[in-house]
Design a protein around this ligand. Structure first.
Ligand code: PRP
Length: 276
């Protein structure tokens, strides 16, 4: 499970509120159903779900029900919006997951850099946090980059926001993927990429890493010249091979896969960026 429940406390009677782990405890009945053992005196703060385990969404619904019974707002951070990539086709995964999330009756759902506008548009009371500030504050300053590179058309919007904020040129590559099989075909790097200096590739998700290995090869750049930012590190399958093509891989703690030790990504904590 990857759900964490937080309580609001005011240590020593101070006016500033801090967040600590809630004493509420999810458990399963012998029949398999989830339930929540709730504390008698606690002010709930928010819930955080990382990754996409559907069990967490059931616990989230139980938590929200309890929170509402106390007269509080139920706020959930779901930085990795489940099925955001399933934004077309049948079955329509983004809609099915949105239905599950909406069933929790949340007052605010905070998501980080969703794959496209489709999935968040299906979620009630959603607030989107873009990746721009995190990249600008935590990645760019130490990298001495000459340019930002978007791996495909779908990544251009988020990469453009970063390039504009940092005053760096944006380059765009292209790739093709068969949506039904997931197979990647054909990478084309822009021809006028800087041959000296360093380039930061910016995208939303790294799954098996095929996009980024194909892209690195197409650019012809050495790993000392290429770093990678992905907002969500699933890092499945051959993703550890990214080390051969990228000097540093940056990601966030939005998905448990980010901690894959063979990828050894630099993981940036999202908590400070998700709170309103
Ligand atoms: O690590 P990988 O396995 O290569 O997957 C990562 C890529 O997949 C997603 O795009 P996708 O190809 O699904 O884009 P699309 O929605 O535009 O088809 C994502 O935006 C990355 O570009």
């Amino acid at each position: 499970m990857s759900i964490t429940l937080f309580a609001a406390t005011t240590p020593g009677g101070s006016k500033s509120v801090t967040h600590t782990n809630s004493a509420a405890e999810p458990f399963r009945f012998p029949g398999g159903e989830w339930h929540l053992r709730v504390p008698t005196a606690e002010a709930p703060a928010f819930a955080r779900v990382t990754g996409c385990d559907a069990n967490d969404l059931v616990v989230l619904g139980l938590w929200a029900d309890w929170v509402h019974s106390l007269g509080h707002r139920a706020v959930a951070h779901l930085p990795y919006l489940p099925a955001a990539r399933a934004d077309r086709g049948t079955p329509f995964g983004a809609q099915v997951y949105a239905n599950l999330i909406n069933t929790c009756n949340l007052d605010e759902v905070v998501v980080f850099d969703p794959h496209s506008p489709v999935a968040p548009s299906l979620i009630n009371n959603v607030r989107i946090v873009e990746s721009t500030a995190v990249i600008a504050e935590r990645v760019i300053p130490s990298g001495n980059y000459e340019a930002i590179l978007a791996p495909d058309a779908g990544a251009v919007h988020r990469a453009q926001l970063v390039a504009d904020r940092m005053g760096l040129p944006l380059f765009t590559a292209t790739k093709s993927r068969d949506f039904d099989t997931g197979k990647l075909t054909g990478f084309h790097a822009p021809e006028n990429l800087p041959r000296l200096g360093r380039v930061l590739v910016v995208d939303d998700i790294c799954d098996g890493g095929g996009t980024f290995m194909g892209l690195a090869k197409a650019t012809g750049l050495h790993r000392d010249q290429l770093d990678l930012w992905v907002s969500h590190g699933i890092f499945s399958g051959r993703a550890p091979q990214l080390r051969e093509s990228y000097g540093t891989v940056f990601t966030t703690d939005s998905h448990p896969g980010a901690a894959n030790p063979e990828v050894a990504a630099e993981i940036i904590e999202l908590a400070p960026y998700l709170s309103a």
